[in-house]
Design a protein around this ligand. Structure first.
Ligand code: SF4
Length: 193
């Protein structure tokens, strides 16, 4: 029986959240409440799209050209059984997995640890506003750790520039994703900071 997962947002293709072209899934729900979190819309457990992981895995088959998925949030490890099923299914398809979690590995339970162990890259640790650093690739603050878990990637992937992408969603909404200064994103989106 497949688990269900609650997603706050997803992109079929992005080149920002990990090496190469990737499908990106923001899980809905996080109670870690880091001060300065950029993704507060994903804190509530309510409001996400509930989807069976088996369906999600089937949908991945129709996305051409991706080398992997990135799982972030929200907090993917607060839906660890569903995340584990998704990670396992992706690995069986030959896709790489980039896992973001606000937890430190010392906080993992057994299922969280399996999610981590089966991923190819993981970024771990809370976002700490006082340690914010926009020059770091794929991390928001200096305390967060990048782990190269499999042999799929190595530290050379960290040398490239941080990036921003503009996505026009099916409903016409323009969404900027990436690691630019928050004020710049707000101006581009036409949102008051
Ligand atoms: S773990 Fe991530 S989503 Fe959760 S509060 Fe911290 S920065 Fe925000």
């Amino acid at each position: 029986m497949s688990h269900t997962i609650s997603l706050g947002h997803r992109l079929d293709r992005s080149e920002i959240y990990g090496p190469g072209l990737r499908a990106v899934f923001w899980t809905q729900g996080c109670n870690l409440a880091c001060k300065g979190c950029w993704n507060t819309q994903y804190w509530s457990k309510k409001g996400g799209d509930i989807i069976q992981v088996s369906t999600l895995l089937e949908e991945l088959d129709s996305i051409d050209g991706i080398e992997g998925i990135t799982l972030l949030g929200g907090e993917p490890l607060q839906q660890s059984e569903a995340s584990l099923e998704l990670i396992k299914g992706c690995k069986e398809k030959g896709l790489t997995v980039f896992l973001y979690t606000g937890y430190d590995p010392s906080e993992f339970d057994h299922t969280m640890q399996r999610c981590f162990d089966l991923s190819d890259i993981a970024v771990t640790g809370r976002f700490v506003q006082e340690l914010r650093d926009t020059t770091l690739r794929w991390r928001g603050s200096q305390n967060q750790q990048v782990h190269f878990i499999s042999n799929a990637y190595d530290e050379s992937v960290l040398q490239e520039q941080t990036e921003v992408e503009c996505h026009i969603l099916p409903n016409g909404e323009v969404r900027m994703v990436g690691y630019a200064e928050k004020g710049i994103l707000s101006i581009i989106e036409g949102v008051q900071p």
